[in-house]
Design a protein around this ligand. Structure first.
Ligand code: ZN
Length: 435
């Protein structure tokens, strides 16, 4: 399972790649790929289908003989995006003989973790239609979207030498505008340097490169860590570990209860609040569930009744207890690496878990024979949140927030327990297959 997760993380330097790799995995398990603008009414929901829009995926497989009167959804939600550095629209900058790229900070980045790393670039590029390989002389109107990645060491954000800041270890201060611009060459910055670079990479003319959503990624591959290799380190564990577990659980289902539609939704934009056309704040999941219900022959009334008897597991990274900062944790809620999935609770509904959904997920862990842990945040620290409460309030559906424990959340490279991916996958599989 860990090797499979490593492959998925390496295939997914950006949310767009994470969504594409998820759909590829589902296609290998027999799912059909379709689009939001396609008709779903003729699709075989028992065979399964997946819809990708940018960095977001919705996938479903239903039992063989769904009775619309009894329909219910078992939903797993996760997110494809991770905090990182993203290239600005006019990025070419530099000074004093250095070429630099202007970047904007995406999400709650641990800025220091991006220093002194060899960084590649990836994302999606809008290219003039009709340009590049196989192009005709007269470019057609419009553009096409190209998924692109470069795993050469292109960028680096160099740290200031300690000799030039003797107090740095008393508290590193990084200004997002001034201190995070990577160097990516020597010489005079040219006005179209980045566009020309992309054009070379994509084998098109510079004017054919219309726009981009491009971001930096750490080039260090995932690795087993520790004396007995019982942990692992990788970029984007938050939240590709949950995406991977959700997709593996869905793709690996042997059978489903007759009246269950098993749904996995991987949202983009969780790290910036989920309010976007493809984020958890959008109608994308509600619309998909309604259309799935219709494809299964359910009326609107039957769809709304199905939502009322459904459950969503929102899977996202959980905070393992940190051995060097025990005072940052609630003393009776200390999740451990390799301790199994963590059920996250918060009475102010920063996590959507309630007693009923909590118990439902414990039952799934028991069915999968994996242990579970419980997390509650300290009372004197503001609690983070995730897609769980957003999904609950958009759909009026019961939600439980869970996730694998990890350290270094939102660092460029994070740390997890090597046994946790398989345990989370097993628990999610038992949830989907359960009654
Ligand atoms: Zn997350």
């Amino acid at each position: 399972m860990l090797d499979s997760l490593f492959e998925y993380i390496e295939a997914s330097p950006s949310p767009f790649h994470a969504a594409a790799a998820a759909v590829d995995r589902l296609a290998a398990a027999g799912f059909v790929e379709t689009g939001r603008s396609e008709s779903w009414s003729e699709l075989d929901v028992a065979q399964g289908f997946a819809v990708r829009d940018g960095g977001t995926v919705v996938a479903v497989r239903a039992g063989a003989a769904v009775d619309p009167e009894q329909l219910r959804f078992s939903v797993i939600g996760a997110h494809t995006d991770s905090p990182n550095l993203r290239v600005r629209p006019q990025p070419d900058t530099g000074t004093l003989g250095y070429r630099q790229l202007g970047v904007e900070v995406y999400g709650g980045v641990l800025l220091n973790s991006w220093l002194d790393r060899d960084l590649g670039l990836s994302g999606r590029v809008e290219v003039q239609r009709g340009s590049g390989n196989g192009a005709s002389d007269a470019p057609a109107a419009g553009s096409r979207t190209v998924l692109w990645r470069c795993d050469r060491a292109l960028l680096r954000v160099p740290q200031l030498a300690i000799h030039l800041d003797r107090e740095v270890n008393d508290g590193l201060k990084l200004d997002r505008q001034q201190h995070m611009a990577p160097v990516w060459g020597l010489g005079e910055p040219s006005a179209a340097g980045f566009r020309e670079f992309l054009a070379d990479e994509l084998e098109v003319e510079p004017q054919a490169v219309l726009a981009w959503d491009v971001m930096a990624h750490d080039l260090t591959p995932p690795a087993r860590i520790g004396r007995d290799a019982e942990m692992y380190a990788a970029a984007r564990i938050d939240n590709l570990a949950s995406c991977h577990a959700a997709i593996e659980a869905l793709a690996g289902l042997d059978s489903l209860p007759d009246d269950t539609a098993a749904v996995v939704v991987l949202f983009d934009h969780e790290e910036i609040g989920s309010d976007s056309a493809t984020g958890a704040g959008s109608p994308i999941l509600a619309d998909a569930l309604e259309r799935i219900a219709a494809a299964l022959g359910a009326s609107r009334e039957q769809y709304l009744r199905a939502v009322a008897r459904s459950l969503c597991v929102s899977a996202d990274g959980a905070h393992a207890v940190h051995p060097n900062y025990p005072e940052r944790h609630e003393p009776r809620h200390l999740p451990l690496l390799n301790g199994g999935p963590v059920i996250k609770t918060n009475v102010n509904v920063r996590y959507a878990t309630d007693a009923h959904t909590h118990a439902r997920f414990v039952a799934a862990c028991d069915a999968a024979r994996v242990p579970h842990q419980v997390y509650s945040h300290r009372g004197d620290l503001p609690c983070g949140s995730t897609i769980g409460p957003i999904t609950a309030s958009r759909l009026g559906m019961s939600v439980v927030d869970v996730g694998s424990p990890q350290l270094s959340m939102h660092a460029a490279r994070e740390l997890g327990g090597g046994d946790d991916p398989a345990m989370l996958t097993a628990a999610l599989g038992a949830f989907l297959a359960g009654p």
